[in-house]
Structures are given as structure tokens and as C-alpha cells.
Design a binder for this molecule. Structure first.
Ligand code: ARG
Length: 492
């Protein structure tokens, strides 16, 4: 076959590829438009906006925790009931945003949320950065540990390993104990799990929380520390105009007995959970399984965006224009040289601050993943392009085939075929790494496992279940790519 005929055949095949590309582009556009549909801005009515966002850290039963037994994820608890009452009295719609406790103050400062209810103690240090309502609940700390190894006082923790929640007042308390090894965790259930596993000697947690766990797990017990933790208040961004109105309603519900009634409802209802591990998880299964499409969609969208971005980067890297090459290389170096989890957090937390757009967790995750995986794939792709005989490029260009067609129809398809195994690997990595978006609160599989774990006071079982689901998905994906590779190999 002459060279010309060869290229012509490639070009004809490229037509169906173009159609495929068009369909893919249409899909991407559709997905992008769904992702980017702006959330409605709050419209001001009187002095309180119509929709108020409340930040919380729903790992704190009975104050705020997840309830998944109705197939969906609801955040309930003492704080939530108070917030609902406040919303009702002041005439705003309540939107609850769940995140790790240590993310709440940054969320207030970046105005991502309008207020926070998370059993938060108004400490003098916090008061420098955020405002607080009056106190609505008085709390005490406890030391929780294995029953056979109780601790009577903070002093008795000297030299011990003690679990505490990141950014909490308990962290400060524990760090005052001499020679103590503070072990810091994001979420309360993790801490309790570590106590149970004997990896820490004890943990400092608040009384109602400790009571719940001690009821659920007979092998745990706790000692109440009489020097009070100081009480909980609602937190606001510094200078928020909401504070007086909130204080007014808090005062009313304190005086008319609502607060006491709610306290009774939530603090006396802390019964023992029924059934063994897996039995208790059963009602939460539909909720866990609903994470599969979330994780898959996330992986797919990130992979598509990442791939297109990688093509752009790879072309820049092999271009004759030096600054372009330099830029693409610098980009890759940065994205490969910093942790992905950091990139995710940056996109999620910095976007609202820089642009005023309150980016949802899913979108932030997709952006970070696409940017990151684009950097990796672009290198693989560059390698693939280099592996194509340079004579082909020269021949095509000298035959008058445009750069665009040479690349799009001749070089890239061959490059992609050679790097297909590497691309499949990248897809598998993406699928597994997608679990990282759970750190910014996207309701993917892993997130759901920890939500259910926190709700049921069981950690191991839901993790095992999603572990199996991930494994199944990866196995299917591997089989799928093997098939694709075979077919591509045959048509080559
Ligand atoms: N009261 C403590 C503090 O203000 C702990 C609160 C933890 N709250 C939570 N939802 N995890 O630091």
C-alpha cells in the first residue's frame, strides 16, 4: 500500500472517530452544564436572607448525626432541632452542610456557611475570628477508655496515648497534659474505634457523646471531668448581622421550655442499638449502594475531562513554541509534586474565596481530579507520541496533511493505542482515589460508609461492604479494559 493510501485509510477511519468525538463532546457539555448550574443566591427579605446555610460536623450523636435508615441521608439531633426551630421563627429556609469539625471555622470565615451549630464552645481564641450567640447548652468533658483500664483524672493520662478530635477544645485540653501523646482524628467515630482497638489508651470526649458510645459498647466506660467544658453556642462569621435575631429566639425557647423538651427528647432516647454488626447495617444498605452511581459518575467525568486536558498538555509539551512547552512542563511538575488531597482541599476551599462561587464538593472534586490526572496522562501520552515513528509525522506533513490532521488522525490514535494499558491503569487509580472526595463531604461510597459507621457506632462492617464494592467495580473495569485492548489489538 502506498503511503498516500495508508493515510487516506486512516482518514476515513477518522471520520467515525470524529463522530464519536462529537458525541463525547456533547456528553461532556451536558454533564458540564449540569455540574455548573449555579445554586440560587439567597434573596434578602427583611434583615434575614431566605436561605441560610448551616455548617455542622454530624459525627456528634445526639447533637448532630446522620440517620440513614430511611434510605436517604438525614442529619438529625438536638442542634438540628434547635436550628429548625430558629429557621421557623425567623422565616428562613435551612440548608445543612456537613463537614469535618476542623473545617467549620474556615467555612465561616470564607462565608461558605452563614452559621454553625456543632456543639461548638466559644473559646477566647475562636472569638477573635468568629462571633457567637449566647450559650444554649452546658457540657462537660469525659475520659473514655476500655472498661478494664479506667482513668480518673486528666493527670492520670500523663505519658499515655490520648485520642482527640482535630480542632476541638478537647485537643487543647489533652495537649496540656504533660508528656501525653495526643492522637488527633477528624471524626469522633474514628477516635472511639481506636480506643476499642487499644491503639490509644483513652480519649477525651464530651459527656453525652461518651454516654452514647458506652451504651452501645459494653467494653467502654468513662469518667466525667467536673471542670466544665464551657457550653455550646451558635457560631457566625465575624460581624454577622444575624446574631441579635438568633439570640432573641434562643432566649424565647429557653424560657418557654422548648429547649428542655428537646434536651429530654435527645438525651434520654440514647438506648442500646439492637442486633449484631451486619444486622444493624441492613437498613442502611440502600443508602450505601446509592453511592455506587455517585462514585462511578465522579470517576467517569473526571477521567473524560482529565483525558482531554492531557491531550492539550501533551500537544503543548511537544510543540515547537518554547514558552508553551515550559508552561505545560511547569504545570505537570506542580500537579505531580503536590498531594492530590491537598489539591482537592484547595479547589474546594479557595474557589469561593477567590471567585465568590460556592462550589459544590462534587464539582470541586472533578476539577481537582481532572487537573491532576491530566498532568499524569499528559506524560504518558507524550511518551506514546514519541514512540510513534517520527518519519510518519514528517511524511504526513510533507504530503500536505495539516498539522491538525496529522496529529488528530495519524499520530494520536497510534499513541493512544500504545498507552492503552497505562490509561486503563489511570482509570483504575481514579476510581479508587475517588474515595478522596469523601474528605470534602461528597456523598461517595467511602463517605457513606463512614456516615453509616458513625450512625450505628459500627465502623468495620460498612467499610468492609464498600471495600467489596470498590473491588468489584475495579475488577469489572479491569476486565473491560482487557477486552478493549484485545479488540484494539485486533483492529490494529
Ligand atoms: N465542644 C467542642 C469544641 O467546641 C467539641 C465540639 C465537636 N463537635 C462536633 N460536632 N464534632 O471544640
Amino acid at each position: 500500500m502506498s503511503k498516500l493510501a495508508f493515510f487516506n485509510r486512516l482518514r476515513i477511519r477518522s471520520r467515525s472517530r470524529q463522530r464519536l468525538a462529537l458525541v463525547m463532546a456533547a456528553w461532556l457539555l451536558a454533564i458540564a452544564s449540569i455540574l455548573c448550574s449555579p445554586s440560587l443566591p439567597p434573596s434578602p427579605a427583611q434583615d434575614i436572607p431566605k436561605i441560610l446555610k448551616m455548617g455542622t460536623s454530624a459525627d456528634y450523636k445526639p447533637f448532630e448525626f446522620h440517620n440513614t435508615s430511611r434510605g436517604k441521608d438525614e442529619i438529625v439531633g438536638f442542634d438540628i432541632d434547635i436550628a429548625k426551630r430558629l429557621a421557623q421563627e425567623l422565616g428562613f429556609e435551612l440548608q445543612i452542610v456537613d463537614m469535618d469539625f476542623n473545617g467549620l471555622i474556615p467555612a465561616l470565615q470564607s462565608q461558605r456557611v452563614d452559621f454553625v451549630m456543632a456543639a461548638m464552645t466559644p473559646t477566647p481564641e475562636r472569638r477573635q475570628n468568629i462571633d457567637f450567640s449566647t450559650i444554649y447548652y452546658e457540657a462537660k468533658n469525659t475520659i473514655i477508655s476500655k472498661k478494664e483500664k479506667p482513668f480518673a483524672s486528666l493527670a492520670s493520662l500523663t505519658g499515655k496515648k490520648v485520642g482527640v478530635q482535630l480542632g476541638s477544645t478537647q485537643q487543647d485540653t489533652a495537649q496540656k497534659i504533660p508528656q501525653m501523646q495526643a492522637k488527633i482524628y477528624n471524626r469522633i467515630p474514628d477516635i472511639i474505634q481506636e480506643v476499642k482497638a487499644g491503639r490509644v489508651d483513652a480519649a477525651v470526649v464530651e459527656e453525652s457523646i461518651a454516654r452514647g458510645y458506652a451504651n452501645a459498647f459494653p467494653d467502654l466506660s468513662f469518667t466525667v471531668l467536673e471542670n466544665s467544658e464551657g457550653g455550646y453556642a451558635i457560631a457566625f462569621p465575624k460581624g454577622s448581622a444575624l446574631v441579635p435575631a438568633f439570640n432573641r429566639v434562643l432566649d424565647t425557647i429557653k424560657r418557654d421550655g422548648t429547649l428542655d423538651r428537646l434536651a429530654k427528647k435527645w438525651f434520654e432516647a440514647q438506648g442500646k442499638p439492637s442486633g449484631l454488626g451486619f444486622q444493624q447495617i441492613l437498613p442502611a444498605l440502600p443508602y450505601i449502594f446509592a453511592g455506587v452511581p455517585v462514585t462511578l459518575a465522579f470517576t467517569l467525568v473526571s477521567a473524560l475531562f482529565g483525558f482531554f486536558w492531557a491531550v492539550v498538555l501533551a500537544l503543548a509539551k511537544i510543540s515547537d513554541f518554547k514558552p508553551l512547552r515550559w508552561l505545560a512542563n511547569a504545570y505537570t511538575s506542580i500537579f505531580r509534586g503536590t498531594p492530590l488531597i491537598l489539591q482537592i482541599a484547595l479547589v474546594y476551599f479557595a474557589t469561593p474565596q477567590l471567585t465568590g462561587y460556592d462550589i459544590p464538593a462534587f464539582q470541586a472534586g472533578v476539577i481537582a481530579f481532572a487537573l491532576n490526572s491530566g498532568a499524569y496522562i499528559s506524560e504518558t501520552l507524550r511518551g506514546g507520541i514519541m514512540a510513534v515513528d517520527p518519519g510518519q509525522r514528517e511524511a504526513a506533513l510533507s504530503l500536505g496533511v495539516s498539522y491538525h490532521q496529522t496529529m488528530g488522525d495519524i499520530i494520536l490514535p497510534q499513541a493512544i493505542r500504545t498507552i492503552l494499558p497505562a490509561l486503563a491503569n489511570e482509570a483504575i487509580n481514579l476510581l479508587k482515589d475517588s474515595a478522596l472526595v469523601s474528605t470534602i463531604g461528597a456523598a461517595d461510597l467511602l463517605r457513606r460508609a463512614s456516615v453509616v459507621g458513625a450512625e450505628k457506632y459500627l465502623y468495620f462492617e460498612p467499610l468492609l461492604i464498600v471495600g467489596l464494592i470498590y473491588y468489584l467495580m475495579v475488577t469489572l473495569l479491569t476486565a473491560g479494559t482487557a477486552l478493549l485492548e484485545k479488540r484494539m489489538g485486533r483492529s490494529a
